[in-house]
Design a protein around this ligand. Structure first.
Ligand SMILES: [Zn+2]
Length: 411
């Protein structure tokens, strides 16, 4: 194996990393799917890949962006603090408040023309979007279907913290789904305690929210012989609304960019695909769905997926987590992490695009920051404004890029 990092290239790569970080997180102010910033980020990546002589495709799909201007909830002259659920339709009107804290209660109430208030057990975890195919518990689907047939005018939910499923946000939106058409807002569980006594009373709700149609793209760069076994390196390029998405996942895109440079002269016997999947943090995961349908009869030609998500956090080591690696990939992978002092083997975690490849039987390596994997259940950074360029260590991004370059060349 040729382990080739040297101080000269490291200096250049470090500067590139800092520039890319500025482009993706500062010059472009948001990267949520369907937004202008998201399209700019994909055009930028496409252009850079072409410059490094990768055969580059931009795969277009439909999406929606979303804009909100606050919400208010009033009952008997008392006002309550509420937030607009992402991608919700807007609402203005009043109705009787009807409450439910369990699925049983929800299925028993008559909510026709009323405003439903969900709190407690039923609002414990974010409901998966109705058309989300990967992980969608039966209880979630049941709640969604009861709500959709309830005839309710609007939904208010009170939620706590749930970092594992909703990132570091508090309160988290119970519903985040552009395919679900009952307008909804959400509030903290504490504020919710004050609303419970208003059950049976008339409440007034105004939520200024609108959906805006917009296109999105996956970006795919290829190098090598078309008929060779493939190594697919992925990172999601979108970010949650309201966050610069530095660690989640500008750094992943930057690894793709640095790697595309390091692999510029690659002429091995594999087809290397560099793929920016667009939608990991978006309710409809449109880029992922698009990639799956384009590859559904072709996953067996993929030897390995390397997915970068959450890499480059300033605290702790980088983590390479291995999933079902055959010995001929595991051995070089172990050798690479032994060589680079800042990288260690990480525990397995499922919340990323590598899970798609695993579902199709493709071995995978997930690249992240050890601190984030170890604190996945209680950190308060992901999906918040705290995920900004201040918490990124570019040296780690450069180190990961070298390690992946070495690994890909040795497979
Ligand atoms: Zn992510």
């Amino acid at each position: 194996m040729n382990l080739n990092s040297n101080p000269m290239t490291d200096g250049l790569l470090l500067i590139k990393c800092q520039e890319y970080l500025k482009t993706l997180c500062t010059d472009i102010t948001e990267r949520c799917v369907g937004s202008n910033g998201n399209r700019q980020a994909t055009y930028f990546l496409g252009k850079e890949l072409s410059l490094c002589c990768w055969e580059t495709e931009m795969i277009e799909f439909d999406a929606i962006d979303w804009e909100e201007n606050g919400a208010q909830l009033i009952s008997e002259e008392e006002t309550f603090e509420v937030l607009v659920s992402p991608y919700s339709l807007g609402f203005r009107g009043e109705g009787e408040l009807i409450s439910a804290s369990t699925i049983e209660e929800l299925s028993e109430i008559n909510a026709k023309n009323k405003i439903i208030f969900l709190f407690g057990e039923i609002a414990r975890e974010q409901l998966m979007p109705k058309n989300f195919v990967f992980y969608n518990p039966v209880e979630h689907q049941k709640i969604i279907s009861i709500l959709e047939s309830s005839g309710a005018k609007a939904i208010i939910s009170a939620t706590g913290r749930n970092a594992a499923l909703a990132g570091g946000v508090y309160p988290f939106p119970l519903i985040e789904d552009g395919d679900f058409d009952i307008p909804s807002v959400y509030m903290t569980d504490e504020e919710g305690l004050k609303l419970i006594p208003k059950t049976g009373k008339i409440v007034f709700l105004e939520s200024l929210s609108k959906r805006i149609p917009g296109k999105g793209f996956n970006v795919i760069g290829k190098k090598g012989n078309k008929n060779s076994p493939r190594i697919v390196v992925t990172a999601h390029i979108d970010a949650k609304k309201g966050t610069p998405g530095a660690i989640d996942n500008a750094t992943g895109v930057i690894v793709l960019l640095l790697l595309s440079d390091l692999l510029k002269d690659y002429n091995g016997n594999k087809l290397i695909e560099i793929v920016a999947l667009n939608g990991e943090d978006y309710y409809a995961v449109p880029g992922q769905m698009n990639y799956i349908s384009a590859n559904k009869n072709n996953f067996n030609s993929i030897l390995l997926n390397i997915n970068i998500d959450g890499a480059g956090y300033k605290e702790g080591q980088s983590a390479f987590s291995f999933f079902n690696l055959p010995d001929e990939i595991l051995q070089p992978a172990l050798k690479v992490i032994n060589h680079y002092g800042g990288i260690a083997e990480g525990v397995q975690w499922p919340q990323g695009d590598h899970s798609i490849f695993l579902q199709y039987g493709v071995p995978a390596i997930a690249v992240s920051s050890k601190w984030f994997i170890d604190n996945i259940a209680d950190q308060d950074i992901t999906h918040t404004p705290k995920d900004n360029i201040e918490i990124v260590d570019c040296n780690k991004i450069v180190e990961i890029s070298h390690a992946l370059n070495d690994l890909i060349r040795s497979i």
